[in-house]
Design a protein around this ligand. Sequence first.
Ligand code: AP5
Ligand code: ZN
Length: 217
Amino acid sequence: AVLILLGPPGAGKGTQARMLQEKYGLVQLSTGDLLRAAVAAGTEAGKQAKAVMDAGGLVSDEIVIAILKDRMNDADCKNGVILDGFPRTTVQAKALDALLASTGQRINAAISLQVNDEAMVERISGRSTCAGCGEGYHDTFKPPLPGDTCAKCGSAELTRRADDRAETVASRLEAYHAQTEPLITYYGDAGVLQTVDAMEEINRVATQMSSVVETVL
Ligand code: AP5
Ligand code: ZN
């Protein structure tokens, strides 16, 4: 199965992808996480990606498609994936179509998480992530345990992303509207688009996600 999560920065793609991964045994594949790992590892792709990510732009299709293909080849992805943050351009969407055609897979659903721009800024500015297990938190909406401890793995090391500053968030939102939002029409035309109201609280969004997923799996 292949599920695509579409939505602006801060919509809750990562939060929902992790919940779906646990519930349905699909693998969350986040190009943002893969790129941050490449930056941390200092690979050639990571070096090129870093400046673009810090500025809130989109990394080149070439780099992102290569990283995505590489990860899709791993054995754990064969049962099904949740694409979180990919595709983000029409070029990427077409590359994904070609890749899936070659492996005999299909897109079960492209789920659009709808939020307004103000909520997005509030969500991103309160976000932190567990360095131990990758669980996501929010200062107000999903606080960690006292002492900034992860409720899942007990690690006390929560980090904030370099691109979550207010100035960068504005550029990320601009990139979303200009380059990624057209994919809503792309997947509508392909007959796989589903829409979720992502303004609701996390568990209510998760309930909507599950009802979509159960109709398409
Ligand atoms: P990426 O890592 O994909 O970031 P993003 O798309 O900007 O999305 P976020 O991770 O910021 O948000 P999210 O929707 O996952 O929200 P989350 O669940 O964390 O990309 C980063 C960069 O990498 C890009 O800018 C680009 O440079 C590059 N990149 C990545 N993929 C690329 C591609 N395909 N092509 C080119 N470049 C690429 O939630 C946010 C916060 O809100 C959390 O604190 C959470 O706890 C909270 N929250 C979640 N849901 C709710 C809710 N319903 N109510 C209240 N709070 C909530
Ligand atoms: Zn943790």
